[in-house]
Design a protein around this ligand. Structure first.
Ligand code: PXG
Length: 460
């Protein structure tokens, strides 16, 4: 896009008229926002011509990388042919039909039906209504409670933020809504007891699900929702014992299991979906982001056959969005998925760039500031700590993380800070050379942060 305005002019307009998500707008306006003008592969350019390696795939979504003309062309063609039509009153259209069939093919075998939405948040709101409807039709109207986890992220609408376990979100707007219960998350570094092994901790944390079902009564519980790896919560990769135990509990109990694959879906963990990486069998699978690689907004909810069979008994499902199955978004998704298949991006993550990133990334654990450096597929984290052995936290949680995040930008690398944990989720198309560059810049960022902390006398 041609720039008609200077960076200063753009910043001034942004400050005057734009309320940013998850931001302290006054503080941001004082500092001035970064204006991103171009993306190519894994690289971003800002309005001053600075280049950044995008370690976050935008916001965990640009799986096939920036600059795919094929997707842009398909969207433009669809906009010319049929820019919009709905899927409500006995109508449908070609892109939505083709995408639904494609998703039935790519998702695990229990899934053959999809409900389309415009985002991950809308998908999770859909899920709340859908699971409650399911048990109503089954004449089990008391089964309404959905169990989720603390520090989970499921979106920002009232329903999705309630499912999420983010305290700062709940504190604004009287959340969660009734009927959502949160249990512990499998965050070994942050929450294990002294002396507990990861395996013991994983098992104990999973068993909180069983204990909660028993405490509240199985006749009250509709579902359990979880991200395979918590993304926005800080790339929390559970210990190996966690998912098998959760899978056992979900199998033995009359509850639905919802896998929120908004981040883990579409190749990020080295399989098409995170549930395949961890061996779980969800009844509902939540999608967004990577479904179009972020080129167009689109979300969806895959519903397993055994759940669909019941829903179909119930007649009307009084739910839907204007943009459910938007034709141009579906056209983008179709080409995006075609690219993923053609270039075997999922296999590439599993066998090539995933292991390569892991080898390079985990070596950062030797840095004096790093407590752990877990990586899996195309997600990874660096827990920053003043005490590698005792796992203590910095005073004023989040300050060191933000400091490091800002250094990272200066070093031409986009990383995200969650508390004092740096996280990455690069595009699946990243090359070995770009991974080397990413890790070099991450190490430089750690050194810069360490130097600054020493200067401030904060290193303990
Ligand atoms: N589920 C998961 C697992 C997500 O990560 C959503 C649902 C909601 O999707 P939408 O499309 O409504 O945003 C998400 C979104 C962050 C960050 O700071 C992460 C997300 C969104 C915004 C910020 O890491 N994930």
């Amino acid at each position: 896009m041609t720039l008609h305005k200077t960076t200063a002019e753009l910043r001034a307009l942004d400050a005057a008229h734009h309320l940013h998500p998850f931001s302290d707008t006054r503080a941001l306006n004082a500092e001035g926002s970064r204006v991103i003008v171009k993306g190519e592969g894994v690289w971003l350019t800002d309005s001053d011509g600075n280049r950044y390696l995008d370690g976050m795939s935008g916001l965990w979504c640009v799986n096939v990388g920036y600059g795919r003309d094929e997707i842009a062309d398909a969207v433009a063609a669809q906009l010319r042919e049929l820019p919009y039509y709905n899927t409500f009153f006995k109508t449908t259209h070609t892109p939505v039909i083709e995408l639904a069939a494609k998703l039935a093919e790519l998702t695990p075998p229990q899934f053959n039906r999809v409900f389309f939405t415009g985002s991950g948040s809308e998908s999770n709101d859909t899920v709340i209504r859908l699971v409650r409807r399911y048990f109503d039709i089954k004449q089990q109207p008391n089964k309404k409670v959905i169990i989720s986890r603390r520090n989970a992220y499921h979106g920002s609408t009232v329903g999705a933020a309630s499912l999420g376990g983010m305290v700062p979100m709940h504190e604004q707007g009287n959340l969660p809504i009734p009927g959502i219960v949160h249990i512990a998350q499998p965050y070994f570094w942050g929450e294990a007891r002294q002396g507990e092994t990861p395996e013991e901790f994983g098992l104990r944390t999973a068993q909180a699900l069983e204990a909660t079902i028993d405490a509240l009564g199985e006749d009250k519980i509709a579902a359990f929702i979880a991200e395979p790896i918590q993304g926005a919560g800080g790339v929390i990769i559970p210990p190996a014992t966690y998912w098998p135990e959760i899978a056992r509990i979900c199998r033995e109990r009359d509850i639905l299991f919802i896998s929120d694959e908004v981040i883990c879906g579409f190749g990020r963990t080295g399989n098409w979906f995170g549930c395949q990486t961890f061996g779980t069998q969800p009844d509902i699978l939540v999608m967004a982001k990577g479904i179009t690689s972020g080129y167009m907004p689109l979300g969806g909810v895959m519903v397993a056959d055994r759940v669909v069979d019941v829903l179909l008994e119930g007649g009307d499902f009084n739910h839907g969005y204007t943009y459910s199955g938007h034709p141009a978004a579906c056209a983008a998704a179709l080409v995006n998925l075609d690219i993923m298949v053609r270039e075997d991006l999922v296999g590439r993550v599993a066998r090539d760039v995933g292991p390569y990133l892991k080898a390079k990334w985990t070596a950062l654990a030797d840095h004096p500031l790093v407590g752990e450096a877990p990586a899996l597929g195309m997600v990874a984290a660096l827990e920053l700590t003043p005490d590698k052995v005792g796992r203590t936290k910095f005073p004023d949680v989040g300050k060191v993380g933000t400091l490091a995040r800002d250094f990272s930008f200066k070093n031409g690398l986009v990383m995200r800070a969650v508390r004092d944990r740096l996280i990455i989720a690069p595009p699946l198309v990243i090359s070995h050379g770009e991974i080397d560059e990413l890790v070099t810049r991450a190490r430089k960022t750690l050194d810069d942060t360490w130097g600054e902390l020493k200067r401030l006398g904060w290193t303990g």
